[in-house]
Design a protein around this ligand. Structure first.
Ligand code: CAA
Length: 258
């Protein structure tokens, strides 16, 4: 049988379409996906013939977060020593414009991956959220920093503290999403925009990105490192073990505040 690739990369002219391909796990972002997103895309990012990336998942899920099953048993020392999630910085730092085409769930690391892109186009079926609190942790791939910069403190606190989901219409109202598109037209419209962007000079699109990002990035690096260290530290708590074990065992967690 063919070996399943964690991500599928297709080239259409100057546009590269990257499809997250772990449908049975709702595209949960495991280490293999994280490394592939950095390593496999790096040469394409440097290729002058590539003008735009489109990142997509499946119809049902863009990505349901970091892979809980992979993390559930980890200790603080393991998380800290591996600098777990640091490899995502490679993807975030690519200079080629990237559009996230989000259909279905974009939760936890899935929402954070979408926010690493330059803009999010959402199908009307999209659902966004940072539900890490339900697992006894907090966002660990930049969510506390990027979401707050993108939608402001009130909405970021609401989502991160309650762990609730928001739909595409709310996500557009609060500025997380650039466009909401009927689900069956999502790829058509996203590819049209990607081709437009890829048709411009790469120095200009790079400069445009850099300039817009300057408006938001003050202190972001420190914020992300601070967030990641806290995320690691939560792996020293019993509530993280309980929260993730309960998810794996399909039962309600019993948090004890320790
Ligand atoms: N990690 C690992 N496996 C996951 C997963 C995840 N984040 N999300 C879903 N899966 C798995 C499920 O365990 C299930 O596996 P089995 O078939 O082996 O039981 C399979 O994907 C299908 O999931 P569901 O049956 O739950 O599918 P659903 O359609 O009923 O629900 C969902 C979809 C609402 C997304 C639900 O799966 C869910 O709530 N997932 C977890 C969301 C979450 O907590 N995300 C945050 C993760 S932590 C994180 O991301 C840290 C960070 O900041 C980077």
């Amino acid at each position: 049988a063919a070996v399943e690739q964690p991500i599928i990369i297709e080239r259409q002219g100057r546009v590269v379409i990257v499809t997250l391909n772990r449908p049975a796990a709702r595209n949960a972002l495991n280490a293999e996906v994280m490394l592939a997103m950095g390593n496999a895309l790096a040469p394409l990012d440097r290729d002058p013939g590539v003008g735009c990336f489109v990142i997509r998942g499946s119809e049902k899920a863009f990505a349901a977060g970091a892979d809980i099953k992979e993390m559930a048993e980890k200790s603080f020392a393991e998380m800290y020593n591996d600098d777990f999630f640091a490899a995502w910085d490679r993807f975030a730092d690519f200079r080629t414009p990237k559009i996230a085409a989000v259909s279905g769930y974009a939760l936890g690391g899935g929402c954070e991956l979408a926010m690493m892109c330059d803009m999010i186009f959402a199908a009307d079926t999209a659902m966004f959220g940072q539900p890490e609190i339900k697992l006894g942790v907090i966002p660990g791939m930049g969510g506390s920093q990027r979401l707050t910069k993108l939608v402001g403190k009130a909405k970021a606190m609401d989502l991160i503290l309650t762990g609730r989901m928001m739909d595409a219409a709310e996500a557009e109202r609060c500025g997380l999403v650039a466009r909401v598109i009927p689900a069956d037209k999502l790829m058509e419209e996203t590819l049209k925009a990607a081709e437009t962007i890829a048709g411009y000079g790469k120095a200009a699109t790079t400069a445009a990105r850099e300039a817009v990002d300057r408006a938001l990035e003050g202190g972001l690096r420190e914020g992300i490192l601070f967030e990641r260290r806290l995320f690691h530290a939560l792996f020293a708590t019993a509530d993280q073990k309980e929260g993730m074990a309960a998810f794996v065992e399909k039962r309600a967690p019993q948090f004890r505040g320790e």
